[in-house]
Design a protein around this ligand. Structure first.
Ligand code: SAM
Length: 273
């Protein structure tokens, strides 16, 4: 059973994991240094714990205790009970879903483990916005994608905003970071995937054609600003575009992921030899 501990002082050092949650730089540093991440909201906290992540502590206002009673009953860990005003003072924003948990990060699995038995995977190059990363994980989960692979500079899917927007899809989706940016796509091709770069390049084929008849597919998405790097665009096996009305520059990367995942899972499959 969690140890319920009332805390009345915003400077109490036991609340250190929950400080200044809106300061992305500070949080990125602190979370990496201490190997932790934050989950926010009853559903997401529950999903994190159910996925086997070890809580370091919980922070919540009294009215959220009942909703998470079963989660709190499961472990011997501190639950700091604070007023909503104090939670706001510590975190720097109004925690309207009332429940926060600080959890231990786990070592990332190897590429071999993540790709075992995978047929459809998403590969994100330098997607830098945490909200987009979360939304893309959610798309992948919704359309039954088997894994997500992240380039070294892609934003952290365990950052609080990513987890929240993804509704915890990062807990149920196998994912890892690619160690070798330069040869990432040729390596996936060597593992039997056809890499399909989502791009607005002129020679790109309509996405429906690009994925038709493929067995194992890696859909590759580029960054919000400049899209795919020249290296990744060139080294993808195929280039695909989602047709848009004339005059529109591009789709938001998460919207592009949703369309591309939808089309990919409905593609015709290779005819057996
Ligand atoms: C906002 S877009 C980047 C736009 C960038 N200026 C470019 O020319 O690629 C971010 C990513 O979403 C994907 N994307 C957005 N719209 C797309 C479309 N209509 N067709 C294919 N991919 C698209 C691509 O992977 C792109 O790298």
């Amino acid at each position: 059973m969690a140890r319920l501990t009332e805390v009345r002082d915003a400077d109490d050092p036991r609340l250190a994991d929950y400080r200044d949650l809106r300061d992305v730089q500070l949080r990125t540093h602190l979370e990496a240094e201490h190997g932790l991440f934050l989950a926010e909201g009853e559903k997401v906290v529950r999903r994190a714990v159910e996925a086997g992540f070890t809580p370091r502590s919980f922070l919540m206002a009294p009215r959220w205790l009942d909703g998470l009673a079963d989660v709190l009953a499961a472990g011997d860990v501190a639950c700091y009970v604070v007023t909503e005003a104090l939670a706001e003072q510590v975190t720097g924003f109004h925690v309207h879903r009332g429940a926060l948990a600080s959890l231990e990060r786990r070592p990332l699995p190897s590429l071999d483990e993540v790709l075992q038995d995978a047929r459809n995977v998403l590969v994100l190059e330098d997607v830098v916005d945490h909200t987009n990363v979360g939304a893309i994980f959610r798309c992948g989960a919704a359309f039954g994608f088997d894994a997500v692979l992240l380039a070294p500079r892609c934003a952290d899917p365990l950052y609080r905003r990513s987890i929240k927007v993804g509704m915890g899809a990062v807990f149920s989706t196998p994912w890892t970071r690619l160690a070798d940016w330069y040869d990432a796509l040729p390596d996936l091709s060597a593992r039997g995937f056809t890499t399909v770069g989502l791009t607005l390049a002129e020679e790109a084929a309509p996405i429906e054609q690009a994925v038709a008849g493929l067995d194992r597919v890696a859909l590759v998405l580029g960054s919000e600003g400049h899209g795919l790097s020249a290296r990744w665009e060139r080294s993808a096996d195929r280039r695909a575009v989602i047709a848009m009305r004339e005059g529109i520059d591009s789709l938001n990367v998460a919207a592009a992921a949703a369309v591309a995942c939808y089309v990919t899972v409905r593609r015709s499959l290779p005819t057996p030899a």
